[in-house]
Design a protein around this ligand. Sequence first.
Ligand code: ADP
Length: 603
Amino acid sequence: MKKFKAESKKLLDLVVNSIYTNREIFLRELISNASDAIDKRKFMSLTDSSLDADFCIELKADKAARTLTVIDNGVGMTDKELEDNLGVIAASGTEAFKKARGEDGGKSDEELIGQFGVGFYASFMVARRVEVISRKAGADKAFMWSSDGESGFEISGAERAEAGTSVKLYLKDDGDEDYSQYLEPHTLSALVKKYSDYIRYPVKTEMPKTEGGNTTYETKTLNSMTPVWKKLKSELGEDELDKFYMQTYHDYRAPLFTVSTRVEGAVDYTAILFVPQEPSYDYYTKDYKRGLSLYCNGVLIMDKCAELVPEYLGFVRGVVDTPDLALNISRETLQHDRRLRTIAAGLEKKLLAELEKLQKSDREKYDKIFGAFAKAIKFGAYENFGANKDKLKDLLMYYSDAQKKLVTFKEYAEKLDKEEPVLYACGETADKIGMLPQLEGARERGKDVLYFVDPVDEFVARMLESYDGHKFENIASAADDKSAETTEVQKAVLERMEKQLGGKAIVRATDKLKSYPVCLAAKGEVSLEMERLMDAMGGGVKAERILQVNPTHPVISGLETADESRFADTVTVLYNEALIAEGYKTEPEFLSALNRLIAASGK
Ligand code: ADP
């Protein structure tokens, strides 16, 4: 007996013991595996006709033995593949499952199972023993994998007339649940309709037929099989695309947005694109594989064809069917295929156009999409030296200080005079930005400010340079700060402050501030946010810091008469106040300086 890998074992316990509802999804998982296996064999048969067969999936219930067997004539598995594929659950999948389970209390386990490649293990929710007999296409030997789902599995020689796989479930005894129902043809039929209707191969079973008191059995196909994209719009039910999406991608939530398109031109194709409710759990990892399923007249050629979607739209799922590609085209050739690039460009254009339309027609929905995928879209505008920036700039949205909602650059710029800049402020969160000292001045001057909360935002602005003739300007940049008028006395105070700071920052008067005495700004190309981002990446590019001072503020005018030590402490406190407002850590000397000032003021 071979033991399950420790992680697999844990997951197995989880699957078997913690899921008390919705056990019925085991059938969906097994049928989906069978369908994938047939896809693989069908693809191989394109170049090796000896592998061709009358493809189908069969459900066989044996009431006397209490077994249900799912039989396919797909690609099959060797003994080694049985061990590798069914003995282990990829560690990454297991980890992700546990993580998502811990993090997302909203999702139930059964909703998560399908998404983490633990499909086959669902068998043990209903079976006390599972036997998988498989014969690899082209091989002459068959093998059996068997397990009670407890500690391990065994592999032995077996007999199977043809290539394919049979998964035999020895159902548990009824008790906590009615497992016998999975032996009833009508239950099986209902489950296939519910979960596996779009499987492209016939799922068959023996259905009873009663006529004049006599019951006979006949083989019936339970699923409708027609791929949704082959149906005409008029034949498509209201939520049929949603259902297709949910079944295909094991997502328990309907997609946020669906675009279907049929193009006849240089290349003919039909495509359905889905924007999910949120990025998949591994979207921001290197394990994530983007791509659309590519079909040639209903036959799957490639499962995740990355060339069909640009990287920044990697979260989009969907299918493309074209009659124009040769079925037996190799993956390598496919990647350089001109027709594929034509389709990809067409789809990108279509999706972006539909998103822009949605932005106008259903803002609430668009906000949701943007909320879920803003990072990806922004990154798209920035990457490749801004190659896509013009395509994407109107899809971007930022929180507006004046309008208190997300607005596009266009909406913001409409309110500007000619040559007036697009003002923005950076910070970790909208709340923190909202409290920046510099904002007060902007508000008083009646200027709207956009909030940049993603580190990439400022880079995108740099890439764009301007929007519709309006340059981007960080309100925390001292670039064209028209310095406030200062009296001789004020000037002397500021000079003394700068000397006191000892090179940490230069000091300039500003009229941007109102109730705050100081704020921190940067001069030149590198902003404070960029400095921070570079620091996080181990960079070391330094921003040129300016302590902007409101010379009329009582704290500042109070300095005119301050003695040496109060002056030093006040400058320390002010500089640290400016650091805090910008989200920096304070200096070690800050608290003692503050305490001395408080103590002195109490005297
Ligand atoms: P997933 O299907 O998400 O990869 P499973 O645990 O359901 O995870 O299956 C693990 C692997 O076992 C599959 O990726 C496939 O290689 C193999 N497998 C499962 N069922 C079959 C089958 N009926 N025919 C051939 N291979 C199969």
